[in-house]
Design a protein around this ligand. Sequence first.
Ligand code: GLN
Length: 201
Amino acid sequence: MIKIGILALQGAVIEHIQSLNKIEDILVVEVKRAEQLLEIDGLIIPGGESTAIGKLLREYNMMEPLKRLINSGLPVWGTCAGMILLAKAIVNDEEVYLDVLDVSVRRNAYGSQLDSFQSSAMIEKVAEHDIPLIFIRAPYIEKCGPDVEILLTLDGNIVAVEQDNILATSFHPELTEDLSFHKFFINKIKAFLGKSYAASL
Ligand code: GLN
């Protein structure tokens, strides 16, 4: 059975678990220690506060092991703060965290007036219906490297991308009833299951 980890240091952890619990034949694990990274087939990095999650990743000595595992093929999906943590550059911040996704993101990109908003969009690769999108103090991507595939641009801003084993969304599918992105990520994990990556911390 596929084992999906949710990085459970801070942020919207429970919401992802609730979404995944509606899908059959998967096991969900809250990941709080580096050793647990070796027991999972894929990892979700939830929304929350990227500064807080980043600080805790360093404090618990998980940043480097996680980075190595992602670089060697562990499927990972970052939502909102998770996208910021995966990025190679943050336009309006000097910090870089996992440094694995070849994009420049802007934190809190929608400014205070559009702090939170909802929209919906058709993302052909992910589902055959409109997907509801919830943005909360969300980042968007300003620039992508050549290996990054853009899944969705909304009002001129890039808000969902894929790069090999990495998926990142500015919005929060776990706060909606729609399971398309969770199912999409599970299929991605299945596609990577056969490819063994060096499981070392
Ligand atoms: N604004 C948050 C950050 O910069 C992200 C918000 C979220 O994950 N909902 O980390």
